[in-house]
Write a protein that binds this ligand. Structure first.
Ligand SMILES: *[C@@H]1O[C@H](CO)[C@@H](O)[C@H](O)[C@H]1NC(C)=O
Ligand SMILES: *[C@@H]1O[C@H](CO)[C@@H](O)[C@H](O)[C@H]1NC(C)=O
Length: 302
């Protein structure tokens, strides 16, 4: 059995390799690098939420965010770098800037659309985040930029060599509990998960139609064990909220199934799926194997 740490490293390297090893000496770009596009939530947001004017609810633009690496709060929900930052480093790319960063309009190396708190459903933390559909809308603008710069054919070739990384779903499942939204009561579990997966599928299909071929996904951790979920029901006395954990588990099964399906349906569709859930479980069970003294995890971000 592979050690879990090597599993996550393997995912990072696999995605990084997909970015950095695409041949083609006729390339428009002097480097052999492909672009890196990032979608999703706070696992990957490099600062888009800093530029949402209407609310400061889902922003991480204050100390001590950023303290261990950047030395200032960048908007990342992390004290250091995100998974996407490590991938960029392995692929010898600069950190991928947030799409909403003013003055940033050079997309050859890629761009980050992720928004902390975002979900696949527009209802998820609506008004405080950039939902996945809007992230796709922004990506369409970037597609257009590539076509304008390179022409239709070369743009499609370029976008087919790019890597598209997704982290989405966490907020769709935790937001109804945090906002007291009745949305979960209007659907069965499988219907609700079907909507989340359905909206993600549409986004993947649209990116594929524009040329995208190489995708990376991160599955959902045991969401009921997030500190914010453990305190929802005081009578649970801090134990994990099973309702949310089971949604996450079913979502992960549906995601795996979807990717196999898309692999069969869409010619040239390639993907890598990182089992964050399994990896975190290993880390909490065997903290000493990861240089940690306690099984308390660092995950505070959503
Ligand atoms: C935020 O406000 C500025 C200035 O009013 C505006 O130019 C910008 O488009 C707004 N950004 C978003 C994401 O709405
Ligand atoms: C996407 O989500 C909306 C709710 O935001 C839902 O009504 C719709 O059916 C979903 N689409 C798919 C393809 O599942």
């Amino acid at each position: 059995m592979a050690k879990p740490s090597s599993v996550s490293l393997f995912f990072l390297l696999q995605v990084a390799l997909a970015i950095s090893t695409c041949g083609g000496s006729k390339s428009w770009h002097s480097k052999q690098q492909a672009a890196f596009f990032i979608f999703g939530d706070s696992y990957l947001d490099s600062g888009n939420n800093n530029y949402i004017n209407t609310t400061t609810l889902d922003q991480a633009n204050f100390w001590p965010y950023g303290e261990t690496y950047f030395k200032f709060p960048t908007g990342r929900f992390s004290d250091g770098r995100l998974m996407s930052d490590f991938i960029a480093e392995y692929a010898h790319l600069p950190f991928v800037p947030p799409f909403l960063q003013p003055g940033f309009h050079q997309y050859y190396d890629g761009v980050n659309f992720a928004s902390s708190g975002a979900g696949a459903l527009v209802e998820t933390f609506q008004g405080s985040v950039i939902d996945l559909k809007t992230q796709l809308k922004y990506y369409k603008k970037v597609e257009k930029w590539f076509r304008h710069k390179l022409g239709d054919v070369e743009a499609k070739v370029t976008l087919s060599r790019a890597v598209y990384l997704f982290s989405i779903g966490t907020n769709d499942y935790i937001s109804p509990f945090l906002t007291n939204s009745p949305i979960l009561k209007s659907y069965s579990k499988s219907q609700y998960i079907g909507m989340v997966i359905g909206n993600l599928t549409s986004v993947i299909q649209e990116i594929y139609a524009g040329g995208g071929r190489k995708f990376g996904f991160i599955n959902l951790p045991t969401l009921g064990c997030l500190p914010g979920m453990r305190i929802i029901k005081p009578e649970n006395k801090g134990s994990c909220l099973e309702e949310v954990s089971s949604l996450a588990k079913l979502h992960n099964q549906a995601l795996s199934k979807l990717l196999i399906q898309l692999g069969n349906q869409l010619e040239g569709f390639k993907y890598s799926l990182y089992d964050l859930s399994g990896n975190l479980r290993q880390r909490t069970r065997h903290p000493s194997g990861y240089g940690r003294k306690s099984s308390m995890l660092w995950y505070r971000a959503v």
